[in-house]
Design a protein around this ligand. Sequence first.
Ligand code: UFG
Length: 332
Amino acid sequence: MAILVVGGAGYIGSHAARVLRRHGYEVFIYDNLSTGYRFLADGFDLVVGDIADSDRLAPVMRRVEAVMHFAAFAYVGESVENPRKYFQNNVNAALNLLNTAQECGVRHFVFSSTCAVYGVPAKVPIDEATPREPVNPYGASKLFFEYALEAYSRAYGMNYASLRYFNAAGADESGDIGELHNPETHLIPLALAAATEGGLPLRIFGNDYPTPDGTCIRDYIHVNDLAEAHVLALKKLMADGDSFAVNLGTGTGYSVREVMMAVEQVTGNKAAYEVAPRRAGDPPALVADASRARDLLGWKATRNLQNIVATAWNWKQRQIAKQAEAAALPKN
Ligand code: UFG
């Protein structure tokens, strides 16, 4: 069975593509390489194109039974400063992707949604019945697409899974692929950089939150656990046809300080830091109630914070070694 992984040259999509292949699916990757990297799609059939381009999409779309859609911009802060970019890609172009899928007879659609659709929840852990009230354009753009999927499934019979990720982190155990953002804004890569010689100190955004140690709490979920959930979601859609939305998190939250401790333990190095002002729009704590994913999909995260940090560290060291190799090559 063939699956189109849209955004498969990006961080989460490239992990999903590999996990799908390990489960025996035929995988095509579609990516415009605006934030993705060609080498993350190495070994796959890659079509380079934009999700706004139906002519480019349609031929590959006709070859697959399901679409997994990872091709979105995902910086909360940037979405506040440049909402046009977010609504253009995450809504406008994404609707074109959905319409093309529908026209090409695709029956199953798996969507990368986010806990940002909940905004600042009244209670933690967050279950799926929590009102969806995003507080930034990124979350709003993702919620719009959830609504579109709900309407399309009612009207046209295409079924969908909206997978609401908590904090994706870590890297494939092989060390071949991992997180590579430019600029990098995420906690774990920045904390690892702070534990690396010559790295900048981590700026802890606020230590006066109403949490036990004053720093923000998040639910960090290993990218391959997320990828496994996509495969289970797809199987569920194919088996009984009902659409659904589920949280994907571990159900356990860690503070920024606890993440730093894990980084120091894994690397064996001290991670330098300074306390900086709070970052606008950061809720104090976001932790998933992951019971629906367990009940519906039989899915549970199998990797913990230690595994997340260790795989991210392995990936970072491989990247550093590759850069050193490239720098040592004679230039002509
Ligand atoms: N943090 C720091 N210093 C940094 C970077 C992050 O203290 O240099 C803190 C943040 O304040 C936050 C935590 O570390 O408390 C995690 O921050 P990330 O930037 O790694 O992740 P976010 O929780 O901001 O973002 C994630 C996803 C988004 C998604 C969002 C939903 O990456 O795509 O959760 O709230 F929208």
